[in-house]
Design a protein around this ligand. Structure first.
Ligand code: DER
Length: 231
């Protein structure tokens, strides 16, 4: 409840950045939920914005709020994406994907002139890795892909258990894109850029949850209030 208040405060601060006519990327997760709610209020009060959702969950939330939606096909360049993070460091390097939306989130963030992260203070870490790193993989060759992820991550100095994210019953979690997620508990990721490069060498890996060089501002809310972190 307290943490949710922090998430709402961070989202409220981010919505100050929204200007009439903006093309927005709408993030996914419980913090971004508050941002979408706040955009819904602005739209109800007449604000003209065009929004691209980063997940089917965010799409249906935005539709309920009658937020005007578009796609990256119709609107390939966005002004601003606001999204949450599972973890972030002081260089605004992020771990994302806890909600399973990392692929669309990264595509939308990359298509945006700016990406602003909103989070409660518990997400800030000295070194990334206390949150497992989600990696989106195709179903074909899954076990071979997982073996290769472990081997190349180890070469990049990261070791730990990796596991297929579970869905309903004994079925695996399936992303909006129809892929699977492997959560990698690497504990300490001392060189995120090196790990990111290694993971992209695995043919079965579609994308990973390290967002490097994408966020230019983080709005962090905690017991001491709301503060901005810049790269
Ligand atoms: O899945 C995601 O990438 C979410 O944005 C996640 O990183 C943050 O979710 P939360 O705001 O519910 O903690």
């Amino acid at each position: 409840a307290k943490v949710d208040g922090f998430k709402a405060a961070a989202a409220q601060a981010a919505v100050e950045l929204v200007k009439p006519g903006m093309r927005l990327g709408l993030g996914t997760g419980s913090t971004a939920y508050h941002f979408v709610e706040a955009v819904g209020v602005l739209v109800r009060n007449g604000l003209d914005v065009t929004c691209v959702p980063t997940s089917e969950a965010t799409r249906s939330h935005a539709e309920k709020l009658r937020i005007p939606l578009s796609s990256l096909d119709e609107t390939p360049q966005l002004d601003l994406t606001v999204d949450g993070a599972d973890e972030l460091d002081d260089q605004l390097r992020l771990i994302k994907g806890g909600g399973g939306a990392l692929l669309r989130e990264k595509i939308v963030a990359t298509a945006s002139d700016r990406m602003v992260v909103i989070a409660d203070a518990s997400k800030v870490s000295e070194t990334l890795g206390s949150h497992p790193l989600p990696v989106e993989v195709v179903r074909f060759g899954l076990r071979a892909t997982m073996r290769l992820v472990e081997a190349l991550a180890a070469e990049a100095g990261c070791e730990g258990d990796i596991r297929l994210r579970a869905g309903q019953g004994d079925l695996p979690f399936v992303t909006d894109q129809g892929n699977l997620i492997v959560d990698c508990a690497f504990h300490k990721i001392s060189e995120p850029e090196v790990l990111a490069f290694a993971l992209k060498r695995v043919p079965g890996v579609v994308e990973h949850g390290l967002f490097l060089g994408l966020a230019d501002l983080a709005i962090i809310a905690g017991p001491g209030g709301v503060k901005a972190m810049r790269r």
